[in-house]
Design a protein around this ligand. Sequence first.
Ligand SMILES: O=P(O)(O)OC[C@H]1O[C@H](OP(=O)(O)OP(=O)(O)O)[C@H](O)[C@@H]1O
Ligand SMILES: O=C(O)c1cc(=O)[nH]c(=O)[nH]1
Length: 477
Amino acid sequence: MQFFDKLYTNITQNQSLLFVGLDPNPEMIPSRYRSQDVITGLGDWLQFIIQETADFVCAYKPTLGFYQALGIPGLELLYKTLAAIPSHIPIILDAKHSDLNTSSIFAHTVFAEWHVDAITLSPYTGQDHVAPFLVYPDKAVFILCCTSNPGAETLQQYPANDSPLYLQVVKEAKNWGTPEELALEVGTTNPEVLGLIRAVAPERTIMARSIWAEGSNLKQILEAGLNSNGDGLLIPVPQDMLSNPNLSQEIQSLRAEINQTKSQINADASSCSVWLPDVHFEDQQLQNDLILQLYDIGCIMFGKFVQASGATFPYYIDLRKIISNPQVFNQVLSAYEKIIRNLTFDRLAGIPYGSLPTATGLALRLNCPMVFPRKEVKAHGTRKVIEGNFAPGEIVVVVDDILISGKSVMEGAEKLKSAGLNVHDIVVLIDHEQGVQARLRENGYRSYAVFTISQIVKTLYQAGRINDEQLLAFTES
Ligand SMILES: O=P(O)(O)OC[C@H]1O[C@H](OP(=O)(O)OP(=O)(O)O)[C@H](O)[C@@H]1O
Ligand SMILES: O=C(O)c1cc(=O)[nH]c(=O)[nH]1
């Protein structure tokens, strides 16, 4: 079972967003366990915590450093603690691992030998460091993007408060793994910080830390951190609660308080005007995530741009950048694939140059032969207009990145048709709208798009990527 399936099943079954740290910290051990040998006392305390909380939490989070600090008996205690956790409850190992050289071997140890379900990682060594942890299909990583440690402030806020490093970490980390692989760890006492991160990552699960400072406001934390589905946020059980002999009762009261506040927030935010079935919502989340990633890698630019047609639009879409980001490219191919799998055809064709990599990727995925109409015919060699082998009469699906006027794609399709091929269907990533699909229909083509430009603009606005002025420029164009 995938980590997030396991996590969300447990959230539903235990009706709890709470997770518990399982840390053998000798400084925190309750006095009633102190009379014993240190390791035995810590072990008994951890077993007590598991017994008291297993029905009321969604995950456990042992911190590796506390076990390592106890030497070999500490590692033995870790094995014992992991073994005592009921197998249906996911384990997030808090390791904040960040050593590139040992990533692969460490990932093997924690996932294949210790059988933990997820791990926390520090982001500074980048995607190379995270990738070895993502090759385990049922596991997940939590990227530390923000801590409440006052000493970290100057780094995290760098270079300026309106574009701080921690938000860049979130944007970058989203390119490293899908929402099914990668979540975020956010340590903060400030709901505003949590809200900013949620706006940048509406689709990610967030593990909150350090939220229980004096004077902290649970409602504000939940409002800021829950996703639009009223979910997606893990809340830590306060450390001092774990010493309490009535832990089970304490944790049930906290769970009730969180659930009540969450219901109130969800009720306030709900609207009866639109009903979306779950399955559609899931699809919508994935689509929104891809839109944000396209924006974050610089494919969607706002400002005055002259288009090939000579018209000026308040944006320019440059999808040629996708190929430089394999993770996003992969998701883009999946989005095209969903549409193309429902069509009937013998070959795929890409429109040069922008769509040649996409058509190539799809041809490999679908194991389907590819051709392409040349933009300009060469004065040497074969001087062919259509590259690749084909037989007249075959059906070709044309793939392009964006429809603005439809001119490029129709010119390409006409070249294919004059070579004896049949073209009925055109599939693109983005439909600029303003009648271009109708124009294609008038010329005998069915067209399909993954996104419309207005859907993109709406998503970017809701996620705080574009401001009111940019939205207005778009709606007035
Ligand atoms: O619907 P249209 O008005 O024709 O505009 C869309 C076309 O414009 C872009 O190609 P571009 O001509 O910039 O060439 P390139 O792919 O070679 O960069 C894009 O890749 C589409 O093919
Ligand atoms: O040619 C255009 O008008 C055009 C091409 C493209 O790739 N993106 C865009 O926004 N416009």
